[in-house]
Structures are given as C-alpha cells and as structure tokens.
Design a protein around this ligand. Structure first.
Ligand SMILES: NC(=O)c1ccc[n+]([C@@H]2O[C@H](COP(=O)([O-])OP(=O)(O)OC[C@H]3O[C@@H](n4cnc5c(N)ncnc54)[C@H](OP(=O)(O)O)[C@@H]3O)[C@@H](O)[C@H]2O)c1
Length: 294
C-alpha cells in the first residue's frame, strides 16, 4: 500500500487489518511512519525511486496507488505503475480526484495529473479501478482558526457539496483491493448528503458548540486568505480552482458507493467531524464530549 501513512491510505490499511488481512505498507521513512511501521509489515522506498519500487513490490498481488497531491504526484504515480507492472502486480486500486474535477481538459492541475495517471493505468495491462472521492470533510479543518472564531469561509456560493469521510474512502479502497471479479473503471465516492455552506456551518455549530456562520468568499478573497495564511501559491490556486469545479460540475451528486463497497451507509459529516475532532484540532461541544464518553 502506497500512502499508507496518510489519511485515505491509513484508512484503507485499517480496514484491511480489521478484515483479518496483513497488508504491507510502503513507507519512505520508518521514522516518519511512526507506529505504523511497528504495527504492520513495511518496506522502505520513496516514490521517486523507480528501481527501489520494483524491488519493494516483489511478491505483491494487489496495490493501493495513493499519494499526497502536489507538484510531484504525476511523476510519483507513473513511477509506481511502471514498477508495479515490472514486478508483476495483478491489480491496482488508484485514489484519484473528485468526480467533478477529472475530465479531459480539466483546468485543475492536480485533477489533470490524476486523469493522466488514470489513462496510463487503463493501458497498463493490470486489473484496475480509479476511486474518485469527492472533497474530504476533514478538509474543513484547514479553516479551524476561522471556525473557532465562528466563521466557515468557503467559495461554495449557494451550491451544495457531498463531502466524504476519508475513512469511508479508505474502506471502499479496501473493498476494491479484495473484491473478486472484474472492477468498474471508476468508483465515484461521496458522502450521504449534499450540504450547502449554511448546512455545514450548522453542523459545525452542533459539533463545536460555537455559533458558526457560513461566509461565502469570492475566489480572489479565498486566494488572498490562503496566501496570507502561508499556503504556497500552487495550493492556493488548487483550492480555488477545485471549488470552482465543485460548484459548477455536480459537486452535490450523491452516490451509493460506500454502501455498495462496505455494506454500510456512508458516514454523515457530523459523525466524521466528531470522531476526528481531536486529530483535526476542532474543539468539541461539551454535549458531544459527553456523548462520546457514554
Ligand atoms: N483533499 C481532498 O478533498 C481530496 C479529494 C479527492 C481526492 N483527493 C486525493 O486523495 C489522495 C490521498 O489524499 P490524502 O489526504 O490521503 O493524502 P495524505 O494524507 O497527504 O497522504 C499522502 C501519503 O503519500 C505518501 N507520500 C507522499 N510523497 C511520498 C514519496 N515521495 N514517497 C513515498 N510516499 C510518499 C505520504 O507519506 P509520508 O507519510 O511519509 O508523508 C503519505 O502517506 C491525493 O492524491 C489527493 O489528490 C483529495
């Protein structure tokens, strides 16, 4: 499993362990992997290292292809596919980008990179599927300071978005890694309902116990806000452009993929945020803390 130390890869790994499997995690540095490297078998290699990857994939039957998005994603993932082909990997499950963003000529660079990887995978001579998750609900925590001040700043306008829990995405990936029979080329994965900015702010109010109001930003305001908070230019551009696509191209679509691949309903945003509040640096309402204790 590549990306096993990350959010989606980590969730896929936990799901496989919960199903009694013994996944092997690829880590670039066991010190960075922390307890992961102690809990499961791991092999060390950087996704930059094409030859090292081929050695690391020896004897591997099915591979999770997942790496953090950023300027290196394309090179890393193409390296991984080439090494997996040469090592004789039979099945690859790729974590791609949001269904709204992956299409020919997508103006979003990360989505265009994911699409290019998907196209290479389609001709790699392996069984494969491309999981396209909608925006991760955990991503709202990047606005944790504003949320603590009672504001949810997004460039969603009046549109709704079917935010998805990263644990659900990982569980779907685990299901696809283990599934018998042919896989669909694409699995669009969403949360259970589409939420407007106002709807999500109400959920954050209930979860944090602070009155949170949605603040609809323009793209330029968001870009300036992210840059002022220290985000690199590529990330600020990415966030603005991905939300433009989510607004304009069915970011509110809801699929039944979680139920289909895991046998249980998709996790509501409120439950995912409450469960992960500590990790995400979100303050929890006293009533929620009591609910968790009981
Ligand atoms: N954010 C969203 O809303 C969203 C929506 C749809 C799709 N996606 C896609 O979902 C994917 C997974 O996202 P995520 O949040 O789970 O990512 P993440 O938490 O940032 O995890 C990325 C993983 O990739 C590993 N990695 C990065 N560079 C590496 C390298 N050079 N060699 C070896 N390993 C490397 C990291 O290892 P370390 O632990 O060593 O850093 C980490 O385990 C991304 O490709 C993203 O584009 C995101």
């Amino acid at each position: 499993m590549t990306g096993a130390g990350g959010r989606v890869g980590g969730a896929a790994l936990r799901a496989l362990v919960a199903r009694g499997r013994a996944p092997i995690a690829l880590v670039r540095d066991p010190r960075r992997a922390g307890s992961l490297a102690e809990r499961v078998e791991h092999r060390c290699c950087d996704l930059d290292d094409r030859a090292g990857l081929e050695d690391a994939f020896a004897g591997i039957d099915a591979l999770l292809l997942c790496s953090g998005h950023g300027p290196d994603l394309l090179g890393h993932q193409l390296n991984t596919i080439a090494a997996a082909q040469d090592a004789g990997v039979r099945r690859i499950v790729k974590i791609s980008a949001s269904p709204a963003s992956v299409f020919e000529g997508s103006p979003n660079r990360a989505a265009a990179n994911h699409r290019e990887v998907e196209a290479v995978l389609a001709h790699a001579g392996v069984e494969y599927t491309c999981i396209r998750p909608n925006a991760f609900i955990q991503g709202v925590a990047s606005s944790r300071a504003a949320i603590a001040d009672g504001e949810l700043p997004l460039t969603l306008g009046d549109q709704a978005l079917s935010w998805v829990d990263t644990e659900d995405v990982g569980e779907v990936a685990a299901g696809a890694l283990l599934a018998g029979g042919p896989l669909p080329e694409v699995i669009p994965v969403t949360g259970p309902q589409a939420l407007t900015g106002v709807g999500l702010a109400e959920i954050l109010t209930a979860v944090t116990g602070r009155h949170v109001l949605y603040r609809a930003l323009t793209d330029a305001e968001q870009q300036n806000r992210l840059r002022a908070a220290g985000a690199p230019a590529w990330l600020a551009e990415h966030v603005v452009s991905i939300f433009a696509l989510l607004r304009e191209r069915d970011g509110d679509r809801v699929t039944d993929a979680v139920e289909h691949w895991t046998g249980r309903p998709a996790t509501p945003a409120a439950d995912a945020l409450t469960r992960d509040a500590d990790k995400l640096g979100l303050e929890l309402a006293t009533s929620m803390q009591e609910e968790i204790r009981t």
